[in-house]
Design a protein around this ligand. Sequence first.
Ligand SMILES: Cc1ncc(COP(=O)(O)O)c(C=O)c1O
Length: 414
Amino acid sequence: MPIYLDHAATTPLRREALDAMLPYLDGDFGNASSLHSFGRRARAGMDEAHEKVAKAIGATAREIVFTSGGTEANNLAVKGAAWAAKARGHRIITTSVEHHSVGHTVRYLEKFGFEIVELPVDRYGRVDPDDVANAITPKTILVSVMLANNEVGTIQPIAEIAARVAAHKGILFHVDAVQAAPYLEIDVTALGVDLLTMAAHKFEGPKGVGALYLRHGTNILAQQQGGAQERYRRAGTENVAGAVGMAAALELSAAERSETSPRLIALRDGLVAALVSVPGVELTGHPTDRLPGLASFVVTGVEGSSVTMALDLAGVAASTGSACVSGSTEVSHVLSAMGYPEDEARGALRLSLGRTTTAAEVTEAADATARTIATQRAATDRLRVEKITSLRPAESAAAEFEAETHDVAGSSQR
Ligand SMILES: Cc1ncc(COP(=O)(O)O)c(C=O)c1O
């Protein structure tokens, strides 16, 4: 069985969540809006799911809107808040390291006259709360900052940012907590947020279901028109099994968090120590304020995509960063914003652990990764020699190869 170290992309569905879902995929198949007994059973499932998700984040049931995932919840939060406040202002503040479901959404809104301020981050991917404060003007209507980054795991100082936002009247604060939800305590009051996004498949719930927390009294414009579901905030027949599965998974994830997170931190630290001891491997993201299970690196002298493909053949599932852009030749916007030049960003590698990851898997994956980096570097060097020898006379090619390999070895010592 291959070792799965891509929990930031998605997690397996846990048995308890599946068991909670099965009745709603079988006998309790009713439409939650129907008045007969089938509908009432489905409605009861939805009601309980609202209660459970709300309880896990310190909210009330009616403040939860189920969606088709993190992407839809982010779209609903950002577009919904922007359009609802348009008469008061048009300025939206966000960061340069958001997931595309926020980053591309604000760029879309820009086409309709909204002004987008994308704040820079430091080398670790952190935004300065004072930069948020300085960017606020009387026209600001929304601030959107993620709780933890999906590519490098850096945790943002959300409570400090919330305090800066709350110093002004009428600005909504949205937080994308999709990656953070399984591992960091989420209390919407302590965090000081008005809107918060989660996705079930990041904490062993089903894919295609998420939730938006919407503080009571927060005005947003629904982005789907249709029925009265989710109190008019998200039209469409509810995914009852999905909501129930999400609630079951979140409840367990929150209950186990105090055991899961420290264990993952210890495993991750071991993995990081093993890999940064390989010359030319650098940890990306904040060294300590980072997600418990997320280890991210840049590896000099290789393409991250080649390393992940070779690792896959070696029985380890890893990633270069965001699952949403892998397969494209685009370099990570997160690493670029953190100041990594394109050639370094191309060496991105992410290994993300989850609740079910074992110490033995981490040890084996660390060895396999170190070996794979070495073989990939050797292959890159071989390719370079072949290219040079096919173009130049033998002697000058040998001299050039020596100079180049010296360069690679030199840069990998940094
Ligand atoms: C930080 C972050 N936000 C939003 C999303 C989108 O969530 P979904 O895949 O449920 O649409 C992801 C998914 O990877 C994510 O990592």
